[in-house]
Design a protein around this ligand. Structure first.
Ligand SMILES: Nc1ncnc2c1ncn2[C@@H]1O[C@H](COP(=O)(O)OP(=O)(O)OP(=O)(O)O)[C@@H](O)[C@H]1O
Ligand SMILES: CC(C)(CO)[C@@H](O)C(=O)[O-]
Ligand code: BAL
Length: 315
């Protein structure tokens, strides 16, 4: 088993990429903020099965955190992450990929990614930033206004550095996927955006690095989120038929009543949206598809509040 190369500078990644190109090898990129779990490894497995080389980036990107958010305490577990990437058989890797290993891991410093410097205060930031207008002012963008500008910026930088044939994201962060697809299309970036299904804990809770902030009890309680979303999905499936749609408000009411069964969950939003534009849908019609997404705040035993997001797709 060969260990992945650890690359720390943009120049090292470019050199590695040039070599792959010279050898006529395809490259898949899996961008992450580390604290890897099976959800991340499923993206890695998919990339291994579709590309000759897979590069994983581990970078906790400051520009997508607001000053009051958890940048400083975001879980940083690089040694464990590397062990998982070196050793673990990537989840869902197809038979043809089993013999493949992650080729490289890019772990840059903030100064490498932001050569003009960066501060947490958006008004003080220097250098170029990428905004995806419209899409990033909805849903997640309402409570995290800096989030999509930060994500769009860092993903553009990563795509410029790596120029991968394919880049992999998780459906759990549904709005992020739509924002990235739009920026790749509008900035004419030559890469295919692959969106992979959400991996869940046995109780249905979507796997997430920030779940590390939750006690087992809170994790159990939080399984209500997926139960509520699937209740909305079932309601839609039972009521829709042929080309007869279902009012979004009815679906949202179903979800809200399931969530109301738990105390201490503050709903930020429940939305039924067009999967491509993320515009609110008043009716879901079979065949057109929709995303039902939600964000909630939960308190752990220490009284610290944290935010969980999840979604399901309707066909
Ligand atoms: N449960 C999951 N299933 C599939 N993909 C996932 C899952 N969780 C995260 N991902 C994807 O992994 C990539 C890296 O995500 P990130 O490093 O932010 O982890 P995260 O678990 O989403 O962390 P956070 O707790 O900050 O939301 C993203 O494309 C994200 O959508
Ligand atoms: C895409 C990403 C790695 C950009 O920092 C991050 O938002 C994430 O991990 O989902
Ligand atoms: N997975 C999304 C990264 C974030 O919430 O900052």
């Amino acid at each position: 088993m060969t260990k992945p190369q650890i690359l720390r500078t943009v120049a090292q990644v470019r050199q590695w990429r040039r070599q792959a190109l010279l050898n006529n090898k395809t490259v898949g990129l899996v961008p992450t903020m580390g604290a890897l779990h099976r959800g991340h490894l499923s993206l890695v497995g998919q990339s291994l099965s579709e590309n000759d080389h897979t590069i994983v980036s581990i970078f906790v990107n400051p520009s997508q955190f607001a000053p009051h958010e958890d940048l400083d305490k975001y879980p940083r577990t690089v040694d464990e992450d590397l062990a998982k990437l070196e050793g673990a058989e990537p989840v869902l890797a197809s038979a043809s990929a089993v013999s493949r290993q992650v080729s490289a891991v890019f772990i840059p410093k903030v100064s490498e990614m932001y050569p003009s410097g960066i501060t947490m205060d958006v008004s003080q930031q220097k250098g170029a930033f990428v905004s995806v207008v419209g899409l990033s002012e909805q849903l997640e963008g309402v409570t995290r206004p800096q989030f999509f500008r930060g994500v769009a910026t860092v993903v553009t930088k990563l795509l410029n550095i790596v120029t991968p044939e394919r880049v992999y994201f998780g459906q759990k962060d549904a709005q992020q996927c739509v924002v990235v697809k739009n920026l790749v299309r509008d900035l004419l970036i030559d890469t295919e955006v692959r969106v992979m299904p959400t991996l869940r804990e046995p109780n249905g809770l979507a796997m997430s690095s920030r779940n590390a902030y939750l006690s087992q009890h809170m994790k159990d309680e939080s399984s209500v989120i997926y139960q509520a979303l699937t209740r909305g999905e079932k309601y839609y499936l039972n009521k829709s038929s042929g080309d007869v749609g279902v009012a979004s408000l009815e679906i949202i009411d179903e979800i809200r009543s399931e969530l109301a069964s738990k105390n201490g969950f503050k709903i930020e939003y429940i939305a039924v949206s067009d999967p491509n534009t993320l515009e609110d849908l008043s009716v879901v019609v079979p065949g057109t598809g929709a995303i039902i997404s939600t964000a909630l705040r939960v308190k752990n035993e220490e009284g610290n509040e944290m935010r969980l997001i999840d979604n399901v797709c309707l066909q």
